[in-house]
Design a protein around this ligand. Structure first.
Ligand code: SF4
Length: 110
């Protein structure tokens, strides 16, 4: 069992209900392919809190406290979807979550 948390873009969340992320988890496709022989427990799915995304770290910390072992930076932070521009803070947020919380971070979901 792998316990995961997801961080999504606040702006994208206004247009996207997370369907592609949840489908990738269910079908073990995209960045979830490596977990195809494992059960996954979704601890939470949070937004960054809006540019420049500083709330992501506080909320990711809460997911880690609740058991998350791997934090996924959703595809909406690493590609210009559903709308441009691409997030300018994704790498910085990922590094901060990795360094401050000591968990594995995976870039992208589907
Ligand atoms: S910081 Fe990045 S992920 Fe957060 S709202 Fe801004 S563009 Fe979206």
């Amino acid at each position: 069992m792998t316990k995961i948390g997801l961080v999504r873009c606040e702006m994208a969340a206004r247009a996207c209900p997370g369907t592609a992320c949840f489908n990738a988890i269910k079908t073990r496709t995209g960045k979830f392919e490596e977990f195809k022989s494992e059960d996954i427990a979704i601890i939470g799915m949070i937004t960054c809190g809006g540019c420049p995304g500083r709330d992501a770290i506080r909320q990711a910390k809460e997911m880690v406290h609740r058991g998350a072992e791997v934090i996924f930076i959703c595809t909406c932070l690493i590609k210009p979807i559903p709308n441009p521009p691409k997030c300018a803070y994704a790498e910085e947020l990922a590094d901060a979550i990795r360094d401050k919380l000591g968990v594995r971070v995976i870039m992208g979901t589907h």
